[in-house]
Write a protein that binds this ligand. Structure first.
Ligand SMILES: [Ca+2]
Ligand SMILES: [Ca+2]
Length: 354
């Protein structure tokens, strides 16, 4: 039960770290001075109807605000906020009883309160392959903000605007250039900076016979992998087909020494499948780095029947950073698996490591 009793003048109550019943009484006394006895008695009494059992002082404050909304159309809203803020129960105040309380003296934006904004984090670094990220916006309740990209390679995917706290999600396109690049988002007037690595291209091509135009040497092929000079090369006349036959697996690799300065893998991939569009993943292509003994060192990415397209419509895949294996001799391996029905073909051409 909340007591509305002016125990003693507000000025005689020392500021306290937590809200005491005395502060509450002083707050209501202050409210009475501001709004008059009739309105105050009415909204305080009715405010109790809008509070849960064993209300905190902040619950009670919100009940009074609701009562004013219901009885007076919110005519005293800002006056009420001003009084509560003066007694430490402003918009940002946190606490559920008299023992834990974080005082705050702010009022809502539409009652003359200031808008404050912050974002977290304020920057991100992405690999050349691109990626996605998320930014948390912390804003005063009622404060409007917008988010905009200042770079063509950064796209805001959600959270282009908001009121109060929110989240901005963005995606960064692959950087096919050899130089790193930076771009920014402007969110609530604040700057978020994206730094993206470039490919380490421009070096010497380390893959021998990258387009499979000279037979298959020095590629090492096992199980269901075939060289084709059929209708769907990416470059030249030849390409490799990994799988394409039910209940098979197959591997295709070449051994390269990654320079001490690192390197990136890029290749052209065209997947066609007899699996239904939207089917679950049944057939897979793993892009792997293995030791010269065949031990798996890392899986760079995987593809599946879900990545299928039109025959011959190749997609450039990469760059995949091989920097983790700088200075090492490793196998760059394509490994496919098909389940027992509805085959998927993984066409690979123009493989590049440099
Ligand atoms: Ca070729
Ligand atoms: Ca299949």
């Amino acid at each position: 039960m909340l007591l509305y009793t002016p125990l003693r003048p507000r000025q005689q109550i020392a500021a306290k770290a937590s809200i005491s019943p005395e502060v509450w009484a002083a707050t209501l006394w202050d409210l009475r001075i501001q709004l008059g006895a009739t309105i105050t008695d009415n909204i305080v009494l009715n405010g109790m109807k809008f509070t849960p059992n064993r209300p905190s002082f902040l619950n009670a404050r919100d009940g009074i605000l609701q009562a004013d909304q219901k009885l007076n159309g919110g005519a005293n809203r800002c006056a009420i906020w001003t009084v509560f803020a003066r007694h430490g129960m402003g918009v940002s105040a946190v606490g559920n009883d008299g023992t834990t309380h974080t005082a705050a003296s702010d009022v809502p934006v539409d009652c003359g309160g200031a808008c404050t904004y912050s974002i977290n984090p304020t920057s991100a670094s992405l690999p050349a392959g691109g990626g996605t990220g998320s930014i948390t916006v912390t804003a005063t309740a009622g404060s409007n903000w917008t988010a905009a990209s200042n770079a063509t390679f950064i796209t805001i995917t959600s959270g282009g605007s908001g009121t109060g706290n929110g989240t901005v999600n963005y995606s960064v396109a692959a950087n096919t250039g050899t130089s790193s690049r930076t771009g920014t988002l402007t969110i609530a007037g604040l700057t978020f900076t994206v730094t993206q690595a470039g490919t380490t291209g421009g070096g010497t091509e380390l893959i021998v016979n990258p387009g499979f135009e000279s037979g298959t040497t020095p590629w090492v092929i096992s199980s269901q992998v075939t060289r084709s000079t059929g209708a769907y090369p990416h470059g030249g006349v030849a390409y490799m087909i990994v799988n394409g036959v039910n209940s098979t697996s197959g591997t295709l690799y070449q051994t390269v020494t990654i320079p001490g300065s690192g390197a990136n893998l890029n290749f052209w991939l065209n997947i066609t499948t007899s699996e239904a569009a939207g089917a679950t993943i049944y057939d897979r292509l793993y892009i792997e780095v293995r030791s010269t003994a065949g031990t798996l060192l890392g899986t760079l990415t995987t593809f599946s029947n879900q990545n299928s397209g039109t025959a011959g419509a190749y997609v450039l895949r990469g760059p995949y950073n091989l920097g983790s294996w700088a200075g090492q001799m490793v196998r760059i391996q394509f490994r496919g698996t098909n389940d027992s029905s509805l085959p998927t073909s993984f066409r690979v051409d123009d493989v590049s490591v440099k």
